[in-house]
Design a protein around this ligand. Sequence first.
Ligand SMILES: [Ca+2]
Ligand SMILES: [Ca+2]
Ligand SMILES: [Ca+2]
Length: 229
Amino acid sequence: MGGVLGKGDSPKCCIIETKLETKMVEAMQRRASEGSSMKSFNRIILKFPKIDESLRKCKDIFQQFDEDANGAIDPQELRRCFHKLEINFTEEEINDLFEACDINDHMGMKFNEFIVLLCLVYLLKEDPTALQTKSRMGMPNLEATFEMLVDAFVFLDKNKDGYVSKSEMIQAINDTTSGELSSGRIALKRFEEMDWDKNGMVNFKEFLFAFTRWVGIDDNEDDEQEDNA
Ligand SMILES: [Ca+2]
Ligand SMILES: [Ca+2]
Ligand SMILES: [Ca+2]
């Protein structure tokens, strides 16, 4: 199970864990070269409620593809979902995405995992040759929200390497809350919340999962069903 990591002696050599992560970072670097329309970290925070609202509406899409209504999207359901949305990913790419986003190893996408997955698809589907106006997934409203999230990440990733480092996070927050003594500590706390694998770098997937937690989309994780298998 999982990606083949090669020699894992040094944590630093494992920054790029999987082919999917490589693709994700490359796509983000391409996107970063276009720049960000975000002007400050505050602007990003001001957009939170709007992003939250839009992602919650995505629940309909989730329910539509959760064909057996068991509260999770399994690999078969995901394949049919991709087919319906005309997302032409290979079997391997779909499996990699599933594994990367199924963080609880339940063999099913929960709602917040599904959102993260769709947003990654949005990023990966970027076609530099396509017209700007062309919808990538046939869900323009949701895609506009995903674009905001990508844009926010690009804003934070000052050196455009596809990762947000701790110092980039501190810089972004310090620029916003000048003079506040606690701002550095808040930045660090935010960063630690995002950097799940504690490798000192936050990739877009980690950013998205942190985001769904901040806006409270995984609030209802408490009432997840017991596994009766
Ligand atoms: Ca299901
Ligand atoms: Ca960076
Ligand atoms: Ca990390």
